[in-house]
Design a binder for this molecule. Structure first.
Ligand code: SF4
Length: 363
């Protein structure tokens, strides 16, 4: 059946459901939010169903102190700083006169280069054997696993890692444990579940009796997941549904998980604008810490330590936590646009503010 017809079938089924009350669903994946926004799913759903973008953008939650550290390292003599392209424009609050982003550091003379993959970072290190090449990694499990694989398989001695990698489920657990979660059901991230296994999301159902479904990135898969959690709600029968069975298998990807557990350990981590979330960050295991850029280039005693702040006036943390929609920020579309972004949610391709603006959700 053509994809469009499948999507229309799911929509028709959703419209037939008799909802007992308005229902709010949260997605926690920039790819999901992109597909939902660009396909117009929100507008096609019947009244009473809202889909909230949640913590699905690793660039948006990268702590300001890590960003500041990356900018500082990029300005060290001979250092080449490489990062995924999104990170280059993310603004930090810095003292007047200092570069406030990696892009500005590059304009000031730093050797800052965008990369699209860990292999590209390793290639740059091989091509620049006399220079330290610092790979600034901000990402979730799906980004971190290939980095772990690269390290496990061997990298040039001059490739250092500045890690700001996070796990997705602890942010959702923190929201649910707080008792202030503003959603009734979860659309869980298919990409992450492909790597880590669907079992990571069982806590949503087992601890909180909340309907949950894992979705892929197509509108059909997202609508199937939407239908599933709505049915679960109506029947008061929550379970973790796998609406992405093509790729999501029990136990996830054992090779990727082995790389992750071999190279990385999990520890408490700071999320920009949110604070410390227990067991939510990846760090290099001791055997790999000689590649930790923070150890090779220790920060000066008087370095600035910020507690994960957002730029003044930016409500990105509330957007990330699903407490407001992007267009409820006072700066959205006025002072803050993709051309002149104030906060990280308008910079990153996975940021809800940028996705909403780019997809035409401008009022
Ligand atoms: Fe921050 Fe801009 Fe989004 Fe407002 S619109 S929350 S200022 S990124």
């Amino acid at each position: 059946m053509p994809a469009q017809t499948i999507a229309q079938t799911w929509l028709a089924r959703i419209r037939e459901l008799a909802l007992p009350r308005p229902i709010r669903l949260m997605n926690v994946c920039g790819g999901h939010e992109r597909s939902i926004s660009f396909s117009g799913i929100r507008g096609a759903l019947p009244p009473g169903i809202e889909i909230i973008p949640g913590p699905g953008c690793p660039v948006c939650v990268c702590p300001e102190e890590d960003l500041y550290e990356a900018i500082r390292l990029s300005l060290e003599e001979d250092v080449v700083l490489v990062a995924f392209g999104d990170m280059l424009r993310v603004p930090a609050n810095v003292p007047k006169g200092e570069p406030r982003s990696l892009e500005q550091a590059r304009a000031a003379g730093a050797d800052v280069r965008p990369v699209a993959s860990p292999q590209e970072a390793a290639s740059i290190a091989r091509a620049e054997p006399d220079k330290p090449v610092v790979f600034f990694v901000a990402g979730f499990e799906t980004t971190t696993a290939p980095v772990a694989a690269m390290l496990a398989e061997g990298v040039p001695d001059n490739l250092l890692i500045l890690l700001a990698a996070r796990l997705t489920w602890p942010a959702v657990a923190m929201l649910l444990d707080s008792g202030e979660a503003a959603f009734d059901a979860l659309i869980a991230p298919g990409h992450v579940a492909t790597v880590m296994g669907p079992e990571e999301w069982s806590f949503v159902v087992e601890r909180h009796r909340m309907p949950a479904a894992i979705a892929g990135f197509t509108p059909e898969s997202l609508l199937a997941a939407t239908y599933s959690v709505l049915r679960q709600t109506i029947e008061d029968r929550p379970f973790l549904d796998n609406c992405y069975p093509e790729l999501v298998r029990p136990g996830g990807n054992p090779t990727a998980r082995r790389w992750l557990s071999e190279v990385m350990q999990v520890e408490d981590a700071n999320w920009r604008g949110i604070g410390i979330i227990p067991d939510s960050g990846f760090a290099l295991r001791p055997a790999w810490q000689h590649l930790d850029a923070r150890r090779v280039f220790p920060a000066p005693e008087d370095t600035r330590r910020r507690a994960g702040e957002m730029p003044p006036g930016c409500d990105c943390a509330s957007v990330v936590l699903g407490r407001i929609f992007p267009d409820q920020c006072r700066l959205y579309g006025r002072a803050c646009t993709p051309r002149n972004p104030i906060g990280p949610c308008m910079v990153s391709d996975e940021g809800a503010c940028r996705i909403w603006w780019s997809s035409g959700l401008r009022e």
